[in-house]
Design a protein around this ligand. Structure first.
Ligand SMILES: Cc1cc2nc3c(=O)[nH]c(=O)nc-3n(C[C@H](O)[C@H](O)[C@H](O)COP(=O)(O)O)c2cc1C
Length: 151
């Protein structure tokens, strides 16, 4: 099985989570990057709020090579306003996820991942979207259990 771990991280927490998942799964890491600089926590709050309210899909700046070779895709992001950042929605709109197993993961201050994972599931029709995992407190055993669960 070929695994891709695609993640967006503004402050570094989700990047660390993605690196942990890389070690556990042996998959390939891909950092989702955008044209915009979200700046610090407070400027990010303003920019993100506007993106959500206008349903803006900000441009991503890099693409996954040979996306079709991956059968399992872990998608990671920080929770923003209870959701998945619009940049991640832009990222997923660029690829054909049909038939792929998708595992959403996040880091957050306190929010759970369920609403964000539901949004991804809606957007990824044709993919096999599994339940999400909040990585803040997930150890290796929890990760392995999550990856075994049926969608
Ligand atoms: C724009 C913005 C919105 C956020 N909204 C939430 C939220 O709704 N719930 C929450 O628990 N944390 C929220 N946070 C905190 C981040 O989810 C948390 O710090 C996350 O671990 C950051 O990951 P990163 O370092 O990979 O960017 C928000 C942070 C930002 C910048």
């Amino acid at each position: 099985m070929k695994t891709l771990i695609a993640y967006y991280s503004r402050g570094g927490a989700t990047k660390k989570a993605a690196q942990r998942l890389q070690k556990i799964t042996g998959g390939n890491l891909f950092e989702i990057t955008g044209e915009k600089n979200y700046g610090n926590y407070f400027t990010a709050l303003g920019i993100a709020r506007k993106e959500f309210s206008q349903n803006e899909l900000p441009n991503v700046t890099d693409t996954v090579k040979n996306f079709e070779v991956y059968d399992r895709i872990l998608i990671g992001f920080p929770i923003w306003y209870g959701k998945c950042p619009q940049l991640v929605m832009s990222f997923i709109s660029q690829y054909d996820f049909s038939g792929k197993a998708v595992f959403p993961f996040c880091t957050s201050g306190m929010s759970g991942i369920d609403s964000a994972a539901a949004l991804l599931k809606d957007a990824l029709k044709g993919a096999n979207v599994h339940s999400g995992l909040r990585m803040n407190k997930a150890d290796e055993a929890a990760v392995k259990q999550w990856l075994k669960e049926k969608a």
